[in-house]
Design a protein around this ligand. Sequence first.
Ligand code: SF4
Length: 500
Amino acid sequence: MWAATTAPRAASSAVRRTSSQQSSGTNAAAAWRPSRRPSAAARPTRALGPAAAAAAAAATDVAPARHQQHAQTQAGERPQGELRFPDSYYDSEGRLVVKNLTLPQLEAWCASIGEDGPKRALQLWRFMYYDCKWIRSLEDAAVERGAQNGFSPAFRAKFAGLATLDGGLLLQSIHSAADGTRKMVFKVAHGPAAGGQVETVLIPITREAGAKARITLCVSSQVGCDMGCQFCYTGRMGLMGNLTAGQIVEQVVAARRLLWEEDVAAGVTKHITPITNLVYMGMGEPLHNLPAVLPSIETLCQPLGLHVSYNKITVSTVGLVPEMRQFAAESRAVMAVSLHATTDEVRDRIVPVNKRWPLAELIGTMEELFPKDKELFPKDKAAPRHGHHVLVAYTMLRDVNDSDEDARRLLDLVKNIRCKVNLIVYNEYPGTPFRPSTPERVQAFRSVLIQGGHVATVRDSRGDDQMAACGQLGDPGLSARPRPARPEAAAAATAAPAAA
Ligand code: SF4
């Protein structure tokens, strides 16, 4: 999928970087210690006093008698009646990966192991997601809050044998582009995509010079992708595996942790750099992994944790019609449909999934889900809960889909849909046979849409010098598919029969 941002290019100076990251150029992983937060001394509001520090040390040595029964669970046996989840929710050691759970699921699981469900779940939740804690283990909580963290030694012992707070992604490197865009590369530790690499992109946004930086975060939902869009690098990898809900959430937690550590290093402790928009447009087709994507959105939007607004989350699809219906019925996040062509002939070639769900079916579904005359604030509580409009993404490929005739056809296709059109400047990668449309052609195409009464924006290329831009994510060494053939120009394709 494709990363979205409306940010101007002049954003690079607005992102704070640690001095070591600045000096290390493209790979700044060494400047960031993923498993450790800054010391308490670096955070005066949470520094431990001598008494608390002494109590913390003492707490590790004492297991009160009333907890000894819980501690015995550590011996290996899982409590009778423990709630079980699908296999993909567990790591390679059989421990439940708690970040795969929504808050109600976590409450139910805590109750099933003999805890006070709502209370214990909320405690874990807040340490994982709330107020700059982002712990990876209960031991991190002890570092954070000493003996006052509320996790008794008995509970920690019991929990260690049953579950883990680790999200299952190991940060390998951070690549910084000249425009301030950064790509975090993770290794997947467990789950269906174990052993693969996944990438997350932080795109800085500044609306004006000197303004505080804000971030659009582009997350991945799969390692590789099965859709095979001909102009996309990720599509050449093929699908290596689905990410779990926890691994999607962990990308956001890792990005927040990184931004927070940089803010602390810069002396800012109160207002960390916010992630303003969150887009599921990294590696993979999100609707091909709905069982993980849907709960991950619920976790991200939970007000007692990461508290992202549904309106600020955009989930992209190339047009998997049944999953679009399911998503619209079950999620309140915004949907973006990647159209990329205005005829079946061209779309069949560059977006192969069009052969399964051709334009007529796709557009019909969009008209049904996002009708232009839709009531914006329905009184009917049972009305669908998804956003009021859909984003239409359209990648501009030179001499393939960028003529004025294409623009007029696009206008006709979306005339009954409440939508905004986002034109994407194509990002080349080594070996691609496609070329980006010229800036003049993009503007001419956009003018046709605007004159037709549609909102149409242009998405700039960001981070392309580090292969961090739209359609460039993935590992060049892992290409499983042959180099694509460039389709003939749309005009030539339609002219050919006549010439023959
Ligand atoms: S192949 Fe298509 S669906 Fe998959 S990541 Fe690329 S553009 Fe998105």
